[in-house]
Design a protein around this ligand. Structure first.
Ligand code: KG4
Ligand code: ZN
Length: 347
């Protein structure tokens, strides 16, 4: 595939509807993301059926819009890449079906993209990420649905070194934020509240700190926040306590993530960089803590711009480019997979 070839990426695995047109040299020709925050906020979390309907309503129009912005017709494309797992099955069916339909209509190759691979490869997008990451690198995938340490050894070559034993880190942020009376999604709101708090005021647990390996656990930390909140009558937690609890929670998470990253780097001595991805990578305290860990090892912390850390279609198109380059198109019979671990991919 030559450098001027273009790929359309489609993302619909959770609550972001996204489309992007990317050139094989990494130039983004057009990108758009519609967040469904408002649709789900009243329910305090993502409702799969509402998400699927919203993707169905918006994705075809969004795909047409990015193509128009890129100044391209579908038949100008070198391929179509659509997230086909893991994620919520309704949304995956919407995106994968649209992608396959366009591929059939215009005689194009189709790539069934693994959403986790798309997050993992973002760090190699030329030009966007300073320095760009080289294989092998250690990826910390920190989102609302995933919390993993992954050895990224090449396109299609991943080894999961550790994962969460209970909640994903973003889920822990969201649940703790809810306990503190903050709106969903709680991560950004909790970070803002923590800015005015004293992280040392409450002694919160740091689950698995120092333990062998690089698995994570966050449910005990969340329970400790719940206990601290429950000492007061409902809704009567003093404002200062709320901020101190938020700061204490964030500090505990940052300390645990730093410790787990150190262990994971020990498990991948050849790592050329520490890469973070996923919505939680937007958190400044966490970026600082992980930057320190990378610095201790003489490595760079590669953190893609926040809009490429959260769910987007540029990363899906980039995974499509990398796979098409290697002749790894998928058959149109490829079925979306709600569960699709990274280590089951082929290269
Ligand atoms: O990657 P993402 O957009 O979606 C998936 O889960 O796939 O991640 C969303 C998660 C939510 O749990 C949200 O609360 C968390 O990322 N998040 C944050 C911050 N921004 C988003 N957590 C902590 N601090 C933030 N600034
Ligand atoms: Zn994601």
């Amino acid at each position: 595939m030559d450098a001027s070839a273009t790929v359309l990426g489609l993302e619909s695995s959770c609550d972001e509807t996204a489309a992007a047109v990317l050139r094989a040299d990494g130039t983004i020709l057009a990108e758009a993301v519609l967040s469904q925050l408002e649709e789900h906020a009243a329910f305090g979390g993502v409702v799969p059926e509402i998400a699927a309907r919203a993707h169905l309503e918006h994705l075809p129009g969004l795909a047409a819009r990015v193509m128009a912005e890129a100044g391209l017709g579908f038949s100008d494309l070198a391929g179509i890449a659509a997230t086909s797992g893991p994620g919520l099955i309704g949304g995956l069916i919407v995106g994968a079906s649209l992608g396959k339909g366009l591929a059939i209509a215009h005689g194009l190759p189709f790539v069934a993209v693994n959403h986790l691979e798309a997050h993992a490869l973002t760090a190699t997008l030329p030009g966007l990420v300073e320095g760009g990451a080289r294989f092998p690198y250690l990826l910390l995938l920190l989102s609302g649905g995933h919390c993993q340490c992954v050895a990224v050894e090449g396109v299609g070559r991943y080894r999961r070194l550790g994962t969460t034993l209970d909640d994903a880190v973003g889920e822990a942020f969201d649940k703790s934020a809810k306990l503190l009376g903050l709106p969903w999604p709680g991560g950004p709101a909790l970070e803002r509240l923590a800015a005015s708090g004293d992280p040392r005021r409450f002694a919160l647990p740091r689950p698995l700190l120092g333990r062998a390996g690089c698995d994570f656990s966050f449910s005990g930390l969340k329970t400790a926040v719940a206990h601290a909140v429950a000492r007061h009558p409902p809704g009567a937690l003093p404002a200062g306590d709320r901020a101190d609890l938020a700061a204490g929670f964030q500090a505990a998470v940052a300390a645990v993530l730093a410790d787990r990253a150190r262990h994971a780097l020990d498990m991948l001595p050849a790592a050329t960089a520490l890469v973070v991805a996923g919505g939680v990578a937007a958190n400044a305290a966490i970026r600082t803590a992980l930057g320190r860990v990378a610095g201790e090892r003489g490595l760079a912390l590669v953190a893609p711009p926040i809009r490429l850390c959260t769910d987007n279609a540029v990363m899906v198109a980039w995974a499509g480019v990398e796979r098409l380059r290697r002749g790894l198109a998928d058959p149109l019979g490829h079925a979306p997979r709600p569960r699709w671990p990274l280590d089951q991919l082929t290269a």
